[in-house]
Design a protein around this ligand. Structure first.
Ligand code: ADP
Length: 153
């Protein structure tokens, strides 16, 4: 039954980590903070269809803020604002988590409602360097709960 499947899915996320269900970094749509918001770039952003876009400074490993697509509603495309200008104005909370964090723990955090997206990092051999490996949203966790297969029938 569907109810049982959901219950099992809810239990199964206890064993899973953020890294298991995240969207991998190469599939993440992000923008450089220096991107100028003109009609062309605004169109591109809208065409991608994402609600939130990670913004990096320098290289893609260095995400510094989030752009919400709804922030663009107030932008005059002829003003040629940069993404940085818009992000500095809104200052949306940026949450970074480690890939080995349990899904259960992140779900509890998302349930508090302050934010529903996190960037995912992992440690490297260099203790001073964290590598950006993906992005995860509440949607990814909910999907995991709803789609988990019952293996032990
Ligand atoms: P959206 O409202 O942007 O569709 P959701 O939270 O509904 O975001 O997530 C839907 C899927 O899209 C999830 O798998 C999530 O990891 C992925 N996702 C969200 N934002 C981005 C992004 N900027 N680039 C790539 N994938 C993303």
């Amino acid at each position: 039954a569907e109810e049982l499947k959901i219950a099992v899915g809810a239990m199964e996320i206890s064993d899973k980590t953020v890294g298991d269900v995240m969207t991998k970094i190469n599939d993440v749509f992000m923008l450089n903070e220096t991107t100028v918001l003109n009609p062309k770039t605004i169109n591109e952003i809208l065409r991608m269809g994402y609600t939130r876009i990670p913004i990096y400074s320098g290289d893609r490993n260095n995400v510094v803020s989030l752009l919400f697509v709804k922030d663009l509603a107030l932008i005059d495309p002829d003003d040629n604002f940069t993404v940085k200008t818009v992000c500095d104005f809104h200052k949306h909370k940026l949450r970074l988590v480690m890939a080995d964090m349990s899904l259960r723990a992140l779900l509890e955090e998302f349930k508090k409602g302050e934010y529903h997206l996190a960037l995912v990092q992992r440690r490297t051999k260099d203790p001073d360097y964290l590598e950006l490996v993906g992005l995860i949203t509440l949607e990814d966790i909910v999907e995991e709960i709803l789609q988990a297969e019952i293996v032990d029938e």
